[in-house]
Ligand binder design. Structure first.
Ligand SMILES: [Zn+2]
Length: 402
């Protein structure tokens, strides 16, 4: 069994790197302030050429000039609602984006303000928010972490930084931070229950240096966690940053320029409107056909897309396969790829079956033939040695019994 699900789910567990500092840092209460972005982990399949983690994920940026519609889901504390609206807009000063707050209807970003539910603060990264159903939040703020005006400002601005595509500055490939990895692993295991794989995914994951967008490592970034001396081999530490730094302003201004075009443009794909995936086991065709129903939207530049259907069990574990031709991430499944130009909106399997993912019965592992299993539909984007997840569906039943 491959642990694909583990990675995808783990990446959504959303606990912050700062949390383990709780023992050594003074107030504010760290435990409630952890923040992690939801980012896909793709290292189970492709070994990218990355040299370290960067600052912004261009694949999940919104269009330049975008008006991002935000809804605060709570009806509760109006004081905090007003602060969220006010502080989110701090980014509008430096980026060519707008936040439009609405009370009802569909939105791109949905904020939930909670009190001490242990969830911490976190946000979906940029356009990844589009994969979240309208009845679920994409940005989580724990108001019990609002222990001071400075921190409230920082927490809100930081999370909205993620919402427009900024990543954690301390993971910059040019930071040169010499993490004391063994101590960090040990602490996370003790305090978070995270294993090494999870810590690697959330803290030490490698990204391509292009993610810096040419910017220099910025110790003063509002996207930087504080770092305690004991977390590094050379005693390097970083204090709390309570304002948008000059480096932040320069970076976000280059990602969303108020004049001219974005310099470092990449293919940017999003999936909307996934409604179902029909699965047909055909004696005539001698195989299983998947018909995912969805719309793909393309922007930025031309890029290669992969559509995948992967068999899983009830728990999301994939099945190993001996097939050479129908193997996805080493597991039983099927895929299709094509190159898409930007500026398109393409519908598949809406009303009629016009896109099929097929796997011959002979290439399905014997132990799951004629069984009730599940399948997950994925969309990935491959560009410049980067494999980026665009979409993953919930597990769909595949009754393959004949
Ligand atoms: Zn964060």
């Amino acid at each position: 069994m491959k642990k694909l699900r583990y990675y995808l789910v783990a990446a959504t567990m959303l606990l912050g790197a700062a949390q383990i500092n709780a023992q050594v840092k003074k107030a504010p209460d760290y435990k409630k302030m952890g923040c992690a972005t939801i980012e896909p982990t793709t290292t189970f399949a492709f070994d990218t050429t990355g040299k370290g983690r960067g600052l912004a994920d261009n694949y999940y940026l919104w269009d330049n000039g975008k008006t991002i519609i935000v809804r605060i889901m709570n009806t509760g504390n109006s004081k905090y609602k007003e602060l969220v609206k006010k502080y989110a807009k701090e980014w509008e000063k430096y980026a060519n984006i707008k936040f439009q707050f609405v009370e009802t209807g569909n939105s791109h970003v949905r904020v939930i303000l909670t009190g001490n539910d242990g969830g911490g603060n976190y946000s979906r990264l940029g356009t990844q928010a589009l994969n979240v159903p309208q009845n679920e939040h994409t940005l989580h703020l724990d108001t019990t972490s609002f222990v001071s005006p400075e921190y409230t400002y920082t927490a809100i601005v930081h999370e909205f930084g993620h919402a427009i595509g900024l990543m954690h500055e301390h993971m910059s490939p040019t930071s040169g931070i010499k993490w004391d990895k063994n101590r960090v692993y040990a602490s996370y295991k003790l305090l978070q229950g995270w294993d090494k794989e999870m810590v690697d995914a959330q803290l030490f994951r490698k990204f391509n240096v292009s993610y810096t967008n040419g910017s220099k490592y910025d110790k003063l970034s509002i996207m930087h966690y504080p770092i305690s001396r004991w977390e590094t081999l050379d005693g390097y530490s970083v204090d709390w940053n309570y304002s948008i730094s000059q480096g932040d302003k320069d970076l976000i201004g280059s990602l969303y320029p108020k004049k001219g075009n974005r310099i470092n443009e990449v293919p940017r794909f999003t999936v909307s409107d996934f409604s179902k995936m029909d699965v047909e086991n055909s004696v005539v065709k001698k195989g299983v056909s998947f018909y995912p129903s969805f719309t793909i939207n393309t922007a930025g530049k031309e890029g290669r897309v992969y559509y995948l259907a992967i068999f899983t069990d009830e728990n999301g574990n994939m099945f190993e396969t001996k097939s050479e031709n129908y193997k996805v991430f080493g597991a039983a499944g099927t895929s299709k790829t094509t190159v898409l130009a930007p500026g398109q909106k393409i519908e598949f399997n809406k009303g009629k079956h016009d896109m099929e993912l097929f796997i011959p019965t002979s290439d399905i592992p014997e132990n799951i033939r004629n069984k009730n299993v599940k399948a997950i539909f994925y969309v990935f984007l491959y560009d410049n040695d980067e494999l980026k997840i665009v979409y993953s569906s919930t597990a769909v039943n595949c009754n393959m019994a004949r």
